[in-house]
Design a protein around this ligand. Structure first.
Ligand SMILES: C[S@@+](CC[C@H](N)C(=O)[O-])C[C@H]1O[C@@H](n2cnc3c(N)ncnc32)[C@H](O)[C@@H]1O
Length: 296
């Protein structure tokens, strides 16, 4: 019997396969995600066409790196649209990263997940789903407009996700609530999930192209030994990982690993069937998540 016969593909929003799961794991994930998204979305009136356009405009800013924190503050409908379009997939992607890192013993026991650029709480929720039983994951973001959304996700998740405070990826960790959280517990996992690439793009338009690394590098330089930093970003934009790896060398004693299961290399006839099919059915598993462990 094919050992993968009973496994089902768990996909992201581009139909790329994140990982293979048993049917019962897939059912359990679907039901956990529904327990957040269904009541959250039901708490809003149906979106008007104009609100859908506002939400799409916000997501376009995110893709282009032209987002500003104020954009998140004054438009709850646009934030709701982000939850409708992305929450499920981003939670699954974070779940996949933690699951893959756990499989190779890179996530400590009972970790405190600290998700930076983590509004609306999707990656935080994915992290706690992947590691049942730990403390609540905390969400940090430069846009305070996410706070009520994260708090609602927290209530719907039975307190498994909480708001950690305002933190900007382009600034040093010193003096922030993130620094306090890092020192509050021996086993912290700081997660940067689909944020660094976006910030890198906006920094490329400015005077200091390296500003997007400031928070990560300051965490690596100062966080307690044993802290783990997980970076998951656009699978095909390898620059975030490449540039970070170059800059990490020499800062501190760290171990760096790539983990993950995205299947994104094509094989033979799949090429004729479009990018999504290629990623789903192509030949090899590929690594996409960078895991940095601070060792000394
Ligand atoms: C594409 S969303 C990803 C959200 C979440 N991590 C996920 O995976 O669903 C990018 C997030 O980064 C936040 N963000 C953008 N620039 C930031 C910065 N300079 N510092 C901190 N957060 C930032 C945005 O407010 C938004 O919540």
């Amino acid at each position: 019997m094919d050992p993968e016969e009973d496994l089902v593909p768990i996909k992201d929003d581009t139909s790329s396969v994140l990982f293979m799961a048993t049917a019962s794991e897939a059912d359990s994930l679907a039901s956990s995600l529904n327990s957040i998204t269904v009541p959250y979305l039901a708490s809003f009136p149906p979106q008007s066409t104009e609100q859908k356009q506002q939400s799409q405009a916000l997501q376009k800013h995110m893709r282009l790196g032209s987002q500003l924190p104020e954009l998140f503050d004054d438009d709850p409908a646009a934030l709701r649209g982000y939850v409708a379009d992305k929450f499920r997939f981003r939670a699954l992607s974070a779940y996949a990263s933690v699951r893959a890192a756990t499989a190779v013993d890179l996530i400590p026991a009972d970790p405190l997940f600290l998700c930076v650029g983590g509004g609306p709480g999707s990656d935080a929720f994915g992290c706690v789903l992947a590691r049942e039983g730990g403390p609540p994951a905390l969400v940090f973001d430069y846009a305070v407009g996410w706070q009520p959304v994260v708090e609602q996700v927290g209530e719907l998740s039975g307190g498994r996700v909480g708001w950690g405070g305002v933190v900007d990826v382009t600034q040093d960790v010193a003096g922030t609530t993130l620094e306090t959280a890092l020192r509050s517990r021996s086993a912290c996992v700081v997660v940067f999930h689909y944020v660094l690439c976006e910030v890198m793009r906006s920094c490329e338009a400015g005077d200091n192209r390296d500003l997007w690394m400031t928070l990560v590098l300051s965490i690596v330089a100062g966080a307690p030994t044993g802290t783990v930093v997980v970076v998951q970003d656009q699978p095909r934009d390898g620059r975030v990982v490449k540039l970070l790896r170059e800059r990490l060398a020499g800062i501190r004693d760290v171990s760096v690993a790539m983990v993950g299961e995205n299947r994104n290399r094509s094989g033979g006839k799949k090429k004729r069937r479009g990018a999504a099919a290629r990623r789903e059915e192509g030949g090899e598993w590929d690594s996409t998540t960078l895991v940095i462990t601070i060792q000394g």
